[in-house]
Unconditional design. Structure first.
Lengths: 114, 110
C-alpha cells in the first residue's frame, strides 16, 4: 500500500476515554506531522517528527501525546479530551525538507468528543 | 497572528470561466508557496507550488502568480470545471513546515 494511511477514519469518544490515532506511510519520507483542522480555522500544526525525533510541539495540551516508533509510523494518543477537541486530525509526511514538493496527507480521522 | 490569510471563505464561478483564489502573507522570509485542494472526507492534495524567486508557475489549467512586493499570491483555474469544486488552501513554507490559510470553498456551477 502506498501513500499515507490513517486509522480510524471516524472516532467518537467520551471525555474520560483513552484512544489512539494511527498514521502509516510507505513513501520513504523522513518527516511526519500531526495537524488539526477545525471549522473556519487554518490547519494547525501540532507536532513534527524528523527521523523519529520530535522537533516541534506547537504548544499542544498534554492530553495529546504523540509517539513515533520509526519513520513510517506515527501515533497520537488521546486522553481526557474536551468537546472543543472535536476536529479533523490529519497526518502528513514529507522528505526532511518539503520545499516545493509539499506534504502528502492522509485522509484524516474525524474525532468527536462527547 | 495569522501569517497566511485567505480572506474569501467561498467563491462561485460558472463552468468554463476563470476562477481566481487569493492569498496574502506577512512573512517575507517564506521561500515556497503552495496550493492544496481538499475534497470532503479526504486529506488535502498538493496542487501546485511556486518558489519565492519566481512570479509565475503554470501547470495545465492551473497558474499561480506571486507578487512579492504586495505579499500576495493567487491561483487561476482556466477553464473551471465542476470537478474543481473543493476547498483550496494556500500554504507558505519556512524551513521544515508549512503554515496554512483558512481555505476558500470553490463551487463551479454547471
Amino acid at each position: 500500500e502506498t501513500g499515507v494511511t490513517q486509522t480510524p477514519r471516524h472516532l467518537v469518544m467520551g471525555m474520560t476515554n483513552k484512544k489512539s490515532l494511527k498514521c502509516e506511510q510507505h513513501l520513504g519520507h523522513n518527516a511526519m506531522y500531526w495537524y488539526k483542522q477545525s471549522a473556519k480555522k487554518p490547519l494547525e500544526l501540532m507536532f513534527v517528527y524528523n527521523f523519529k525525533e520530535q522537533t516541534e510541539n506547537n504548544s499542544v495540551p498534554s492530553r495529546f501525546s504523540p509517539e513515533c516508533p520509526n519513520s513510517s509510523h506515527l501515533f497520537l494518543h488521546l486522553h481526557t479530551l474536551q468537546p472543543e477537541d472535536s476536529a479533523l486530525y490529519l497526518c502528513a509526511s514529507s522528505q526532511d525538507y518539503p520545499g516545493a514538493r509539499g506534504y502528502t496527507f492522509g485522509s484524516g480521522t474525524r474525532l468527536t468528543v462527547v | 497572528d495569522q501569517q497566511v490569510k485567505q480572506n474569501s471563505p467561498s467563491l462561485s464561478v460558472q463552468e468554463g470561466r476563470i476562477s481566481i483564489l487569493n492569498c496574502d502573507y506577512t512573512n517575507s522570509m517564506f521561500d515556497y508557496f503552495l496550493w492544496y485542494k481538499k475534497y470532503p472526507a479526504e486529506g488535502p492534495t498538493f496542487l501546485i507550488s511556486i518558489s519565492s524567486i519566481k512570479d509565475k508557475n503554470e501547470d495545465g489549467r492551473f497558474t499561480v502568480f506571486l507578487n512579492k512586493s504586495a505579499k500576495h499570491l493567487s491561483l487561476h483555474i482556466v477553464p473551471s470545471q465542476p470537478g474543481d469544486s473543493a476547498v483550496y488552501f494556500c500554504a507558505a513554507s519556512g524551513t521544515y513546515k508549512y503554515i496554512f490559510g483558512t481555505g476558500t470553498r470553490l463551487k463551479v456551477l454547471a
